[in-house]
Design a protein around this ligand. Structure first.
Ligand SMILES: Cc1cc2nc3c(=O)[nH]c(=O)nc-3n(C[C@H](O)[C@H](O)[C@H](O)COP(=O)(O)O)c2cc1C
Length: 389
């Protein structure tokens, strides 16, 4: 199966959206961003090193999310070494994953505008500006979350991007650079007054860790300000630990969120989206079998190696394998083997051994269904630069 081949509809996992009774609910409903209508308001968050075309296609096919997002693309111009190949990998996309948001990372309005035009050409349906990345490199270069200190500049970047593309431009921001500098209203206002058609809000400030609670009052303030500026229909999308039905209900009921963007929890669990839709529309939950998990892992491998080639693709696939198997008995015991897989034959052997053991209940003494911590809980070092995989 290649990325350009659509699955036969009868082979597709039921996304949960085509079920006749699952209709719109208070929490799950279509969403309009500028000229684009999303089938539902669950979005995959951009994650550098993760949300490549293979991952996104699976999130769409299996989960049925309304919008997928690319990893951030640095606005560095085409002349830098390796930029062409990096751009190809970051922007490769297929019809079956659409609609697709691609993200610009930078601070120079002209460069960001030029990059927006390139992303438009490459097939983006939405072009987003990164105002949230908290890594040291971003802060030092005045990009990512550092832009939260410069609302006026954000306005100029968004203006340049909006002039460079006819696709809807959006901004993904935090509540502020840090707890003492909560500039979310100024940044969102500057972005929207200069053409942004939706605001994605990671409801934490730049220094707060991913494990800390999101601040729904900050999100509510953004929603109120945007309602005043553009009316109640203007989309404000909640991000940050939105992976449970309870979190989504709170974001809607307490902050008036219009949509929900999910990152880490979707890794290894593309069924999450359809299960959230099911739970929030009163439908039964879906529990993938071991066989289904294994089949999807193999399909993910095929898609990844199509993108990166076998050698690099197998290395990239190691981390996804952990995510797919996390929470199952034996994952810790297979850790070393997952980390060493070097080619297709080895990958299939290791995955087959893992699932054969599971099915046969042949867990070693002491094997338990275990969740390994796979993301840095600090939240400072886990947003990549868009350069590594
Ligand atoms: C590995 C990783 C990479 C990320 N890369 C990006 C990125 O490229 N652009 C961006 O706006 N946010 C990025 N984020 C932040 C996520 O989009 C999201 O805001 C954050 O993980 C909180 O959402 P969650 O709790 O659903 O994971 C990244 C997060 C992680 C964990």
């Amino acid at each position: 199966m290649t990325m350009n081949q659509q699955q036969n509809p009868s082979d597709q996992h039921d996304s949960g959206l085509r079920t006749p009774d699952s209709g719109p609910s208070k929490y799950i409903h279509p969403l309009t961003i500028g000229t684009l209508r999303l089938e539902n308001n669950l979005c995959l968050a951009p994650m550098a090193g993760f949300t490549n075309v293979a991952f996104r296609l699976i999130a769409k096919e299996v989960g049925g999310c309304g919008l997928v997002a690319s990893e951030m693309v640095a606005a560095i111009g085409p002349s830098q070494h390796g930029a062409h190949e990096r751009f190809r990998v970051l922007t490769q996309n297929v019809a079956a994953e659409k609609p697709l948001a691609m993200q610009v990372y930078g601070r120079d309005p002209e460069m960001c505008g030029a990059t927006a035009a390139m992303l438009d050409q490459a097939g983006a349906d939405i072009i987003d500006l990164n105002c949230g990345c908290p890594v040291k490199k971003a802060k030092q270069s005045g990009c990512g979350v550092a832009l939260m200190r410069e609302p006026e500049l954000v306005g100029r970047i968004i203006k340049a991007m909006s002039q460079a593309t006819s696709k809807p431009v959006t901004v993904k921001m935090r509540l502020g650079f840090d707890a003492n500098n909560r500039t979310m209203i100024e940044v969102a206002t500057a972005a929207v007054e200069n053409g942004a058609q939706a605001v994605f809000v990671h409801a934490r400030t730049g220094e707060s860790k991913h494990g800390t609670a999101v601040d729904l009052s900050g999100l509510a303030e953004v929603k109120q300000a945007m309602t005043k500026l553009r009316g109640p229909q203007f989309p404000v999308i909640a991000n940050g630990s939105m992976e449970t039905a309870a979190a989504i209900r709170l974001a809607k009921d307490e902050a008036g969120a219009d949509g929900y963007q999910i990152g880490r929890a979707a890794c290894g669990d593309p069924w999450l989206f359809r299960n959230l839709i099911a739970e929030l529309t009163g439908m039964p939950l879906y529990q993938p079998s071991y066989d289904e998990r294994r089949t999807l892992l193999l399909r993910h491998f095929d898609l990844i190696t199509e993108l990166f080639g076998e050698q690099r693709g197998t290395r990239v696939m190691r981390k996804y394998t952990f995510f797919y198997c996390n929470g199952l008995p034996g994952v810790r015991r297979f850790r070393d083997r997952f980390c060493r897989m070097a080619d297709r034959t080895e990958f299939i052997q290791v995955v087959d051994d893992f699932f054969t053991n599971l099915r046969a209940g042949r867990h070693a003494e002491g094997d338990i269904a275990e969740h390994l911590t796979l993301f840095d809980k600090g939240g400072q070092g886990d947003e990549g630069t868009g350069e590594d995989h």
